[in-house]
Design a protein around this ligand. Structure first.
Ligand code: HEM
Length: 193
């Protein structure tokens, strides 16, 4: 699916992030994310490109098997909203590609802030016009770093690349996901003191 046809996907249209490119540099340094990680992510993007739907199958099975996660895609009285799950799934697939291939610049930071807000009462449910619960608890965002990282390893290993390269791609992915969730914590925990 071309990115422009993904319902609710707003890369390039998001308001500027309150986080500057300079502050992003400091966050990168804090998570030991360097040019070699960028290069490893580009390679990961090539390996994962044809496997995105399979990765999403794994992640969605995981969410579906965990009522505390399925609840965030459901009505307040607990009925899963299938069109919501499907629409977000397409954006999630694009996020895998974006994580590997986009430059981490102002536009990327702007969409990071948009994704953050889409997990909070500021914007959750608005892109899809659904009547779901108002936010995703921050503790689950942090917890999901583990499964979202652990599960990509097998997919990275399928690329017939040497083990050291698989490790490098996996570590770069891990750092990027940690960095993104750190950015997504901003609306939950702004620097206001
Ligand atoms: C490492 C953790 C997580 C990652 C990488 C992640 C990633 C994403 C992405 C890429 C999107 C779509 C952004 C867009 O609109 O373009 C999204 C939306 C969403 N995520 Fe997460 N997410 C994480 C944690 C969670 C958790 C723990 C839940 C709880 C079940 C969750 C529930 C949702 C929901 C409900 C949406 C749709 C929000 C809306 O209404 O627009 N996410 N997430």
């Amino acid at each position: 699916m071309g990115e422009t046809t993904i319902p609710g996907y707003g890369y390039g249209n998001a308001a500027p992030s309150p986080v500057s490119v300079e502050e992003l540099g400091l966050l990168k340094a804090s998570v030991l994310f360097g040019p070699e990680d960028e290069a490893a992510l580009r390679r990961a993007g090539e390996v994962l490109a044809d496997q995105v739907e399979e990765i999403l199958d794994v992640w969605y099975a995981f969410v579906g098997a965990n009522p505390q996660l399925l609840a965030e895609f459901s009505t307040p009285d607990g009925k899963p909203i299938t069109p919501y799950l499907e629409r977000v799934r397409a954006r999630f697939g694009q996020w895998i590609r974006d994580t590997c291939t986009r430059p981490y610049d102002e536009a990327w930071l702007a969409y990071q802030e948009e994704i953050a807000e889409r997990h909070t009462p500021a914007k959750k449910n608005t892109a899809d016009g659904v009547a779901s619960v108002p936010y995703v608890p921050l503790r689950y965002l942090i917890a999901l770093i583990y499964p979202i990282t652990a599960t990509v390893r097998d997919f990275l290993a399928r690329g017939d690349r040497p083990a050291e390269e698989v490790d490098a791609m996996h570590e770069a992915w891990r750092k990027s996901v940690i960095m993104q969730v750190a950015l997504w914590s901003r609306p939950y925990a702004p620097d206001t003191w």
